[in-house]
Ligand binder design. Structure first.
Ligand code: HEM
Length: 132
């Protein structure tokens, strides 16, 4: 990723951070709209789940300029989802859900360049997610 793109993602995430609970809420609304079957996969405490999601996003955003660390995070994420047997369809749905959630929370602040930078950041991390 270009340093400029990393900056777009980090700056916009700083703006979203105070509203990270909204971001997580909107992410799951969009994910379950795209993949209704995914709802039943979640068995744990959903409040905690939302916190884990935003902590994971924060950790990716913080490490965008460190490809090795980012790969480690992607591998961990992949391992944590291994038992779910997810494929490219689910990964794509998650990417779209995250962009849609950012749009809900940031509104016009999510300009095209920032959205493009997020899409490329998500693809990098999701590259380590299952694709079978
Ligand atoms: C942007 C992509 C995604 C991120 C950042 C993400 C993040 C996370 C994190 C941090 C956890 C917690 C792992 C732990 O227990 O420590 C988790 C668990 C989980 N994720 Fe994801 N996830 C993503 C995509 C998906 C997708 C596409 C699905 C399903 C279609 C999914 C289903 C689940 C389920 C079912 C759990 C376990 C919940 C439970 O045991 O109740 N995730 N995810």
């Amino acid at each position: 990723m270009e340093p400029r793109e990393i900056q777009y993602v980090q700056q916009s995430f700083a703006g979203v951070f105070a509203r990270k609970a909204d971001l997580a809420e909107r992410f799951y609304v969009h994910l379950f709209t795209r993949l209704p079957a995914a709802r039943a996969m979640f068995r744990g405490n959903f409040v905690k789940q939302k916190m884990m999601l935003t902590a994971m996003i924060a950790s990716c955003v913080r490490n965008l300029d460190d490809p090795r660390r980012l790969e480690e995070i992607g591998t961990r994420l992949s391992r944590e989802h291994a038992h779910l047997d997810l494929g490219p369809r689910e990964t794509e749905a998650a990417k779209r859900a995250l962009i849609a959630a950012l749009r809900d929370v940031l509104g016009d602040e999510l300009d095209p360049a920032t959205e493009f930078a997020w899409a490329s950041a998500i693809s990098r991390v999701a590259g380590a997610m299952p694709r079978h």
